[in-house]
Design a protein around this ligand. Structure first.
Ligand code: 9G3
Length: 564
């Protein structure tokens, strides 16, 4: 491609973007924003996306997964069947056609594929079957940000597998796991796989593939002694009994006036005790029902764990008005004693050893001291409900947990029969009996992977593409297009490279050398050929974008060197 006519609108600076990948992709002329969270992939980005997609296709095809393409526009009925039309809320893009029929723009395709397979595949003889697509997805994020990392429209590879039994699902899951390792390795990423939240399905049937990066939104708990790693959304807590008992002598329950005390820290100062001697009470709305959740004062409630314990599909913190309606008090004054309505009360396992609980009184500016579980109130269930913290013990080996930040680029799930149950997806087994499909689903953020690569591969000057996914293999630069010798040699090399099938971007613009080099650094093509003043001696420079090392070579050698 000749750069003179290429659409590569590089920019010297960009104002808004806070993430380095977002900044560099804008500056290097790879993407342009069209609306919040919506981007055009310019020609350079499109080439990278195609290369990532090719790698993904090769690895999917290798494990026998078949490519298809489902529509972005899907009838609401399918989502009503699974129940997700109403549970997914404003993130699900809903629209109507001219006949007032309701549709959604697919944020993922479990419903569409389950509908397809239940109609088209009805015997065990066709199983297992794995299908995938590479497609634009829509999610109306509340706060789209970080460029391609969290857009409202993004490209995803989503695969779905259908099985007659669990063993078959386990096998394909392993194949997918290996395919993902191959894909991200080939894309030049440094990544790890972590155990993740499997929703209400439970079990260990889900892994996230994380690219470690300070800019990531996901926090990963990593053991410093063994190879345990998990998303902090789900990292298990081992019970640490020594830290949980506050076994002072138990006095009768006592209501005390605590004017203007709203937080655990304020209460701790007021009572002159540590926050770990107190109990924090929060109210959640779980599948439309209020649920009170109690954790030790120095711990944080983990919403995902609450949702999973309740086997619910939605879970969020109650707003102030709801809290007042349910308890009669404002958020800083909640507790399990004298709740107006009979509701579920969950307590974190660390509170099991608490002889007496100092808690809110469900009355503004009042707390109870010495409340005793079983005497003054009942806990419906104790469970692991808090979020892991740095310094906590590893649930596997007892080592120390540290946190690292990451960007999720892939996610694999064992779904079980969630969708086949909801949508009556059945096949006939060897005995002619109807069985539910057992399913798995497997996603890769294609556009997000592109960003993640930039997060990991750049320097002050710009992007440094790994060869496997670089938009071009070679950047050929003619330093001075007005110089006839330089121009002729560069033109000849361009033709030779094209002829040899090398993907080459040729900077034939009538720009100053400084501008050309700055742009080349920004764009980040790994190999650079510079045709300058030594063209008179048939000498050119071959330079590595990554190391900055360069060598002077005879122009006749260039093809051999490039192809090596
Ligand atoms: C929605 C909306 C957002 C969503 C979903 C549904 C995330 C949703 C999870 C998945 C699971 C897997 C197939 C590929 C691998 C991941 N955000 N998820 O289901 F309606 Cl608005 O997408 N799907």
């Amino acid at each position: 491609m000749r750069q003179k006519t290429a659409l590569i609108p590089t920019l010297r600076s960009v104002a808004e973007a806070e993430m380095i990948s977002h900044q560099l992709l804008l500056r290097a002329g790879f993407i342009r924003q069209v609306a919040a969270g919506v981007y055009t992939y310019l020609p350079l980005a499109q080439r990278v996306l195609n290369k990532i997609s090719t790698i993904v296709r090769e690895e999917m095809d290798r494990i026998g997964s078949q490519e298809l393409l489902m529509p972005a526009l899907n009838p609401a009925e399918l989502w009503q069947e699974s129940g997700r039309y109403d549970t997914y809320g404003p993130e699900l893009v809903k629209l109507q056609d001219r006949h007032d029929r309701r549709f959604i723009l697919g944020p993922t395709h479990e419903e569409t594929i389950t509908d397809l397979v239940r109609n088209a595949v009805n015997t065990y003889k066709k199983l297992p079957m794995t299908l995938y697509q590479i497609q634009t997805k829509f999610r109306d994020e509340k706060r789209p940000r970080s460029g391609l990392l969290r857009g409202r429209e993004f490209i995803m590879k989503d695969a779905y597998s259908f099985h007659a039994d669990r063993e078959s699902l386990d096998e394909i899951y392993q194949d997918m796991y290996q395919a993902y390792v191959n894909i991200f390795t080939r894309c030049g990423l440094e990544f790890g796989s972590v155990e993740a939240d499997s929703g209400s399905i439970g079990g260990k049937g889900t892994h996230e593939f994380m690219v470690f990066s300070e800019a990531g939104e996901d926090k990963i708990a990593i053991c410093t002694s063994c190879d345990y790693s998990a998303n902090i959304e789900m990292a298990e807590i081992v019970i640490d009994e020594t830290s949980s008992a506050n076994d002072e002598t138990v006095a009768p329950i006592e209501k005390i006036h605590t004017p203007n005390i709203k937080t655990i820290d304020q209460l701790a100062t007021f009572l002159q005790v540590g926050p770990n001697a107190l109990v924090k009470t929060l109210l959640f709305i779980v599948d439309e029902q209020p649920v009170m959740v109690l954790v030790r004062g120095d711990h944080e409630v983990n919403e995902v764990k609450v949702k999973n314990i309740m086997e619910a599909s939605t879970c969020f913190m109650a707003d102030e008005q709801t809290i007042r309606n349910v308890t009669g008090a404002s958020p800083g004054s909640l507790g399990p004693v004298n709740v107006k309505e009979k509701i579920t009360i969950l307590a974190d396992q660390a509170l099991r050893g608490f002889a007496q609980w100092h808690i809110g009184a469900n009355q503004d500016d009042y707390h109870f001291l010495h409340a005793v579980e079983g005497r003054d109130f009942e806990v419906s269930k104790y469970a692991d409900l808090r979020t892991i913290e740095e310094g906590d013990k590893c649930p596997r080996c007892g080592g120390i947990i540290r946190f690292q930040k990451g960007v999720e680029v892939g996610h694999i799930f064992k779904l079980g029969t969630k969708y086949s149950d909801a949508m009556k997806g059945t096949f006939l087994d060897a005995n002619g009996r109807e069985q539910m499909y057992i399913m798995g689903c497997y996603g890769i953020g294609i556009s997000r992977t592109l960003s993640a690569v930039v997060e990991q591969h750049h320097d002050e000057g710009g992007i440094i593409w790994p060869e496997a996914i670089s938009p071009y293999a070679v950047h050929l630069i003619a330093v001075n297009m007005k110089d006839e010798t330089q121009r002729n040699l560069a033109e000849k090399l361009y033709k030779d490279l094209l002829h040899a099938g090398v993907e080459v971007l040729f900077d034939d613009r009538p720009e100053r050398a400084g501008v050309k080099f700055k742009d080349a650094d920004l764009i980040g093509i790994p190999k650079r050929i510079v045709v300058g003043s030594k063209a008179t001696e048939n000498l050119i420079e071959l330079k590595s974008r990554r190391s900055g090392e360069s060598q002077e070579v005879n122009a006749d050698q260039i093809l051999t060197l490039i192809q090596k």
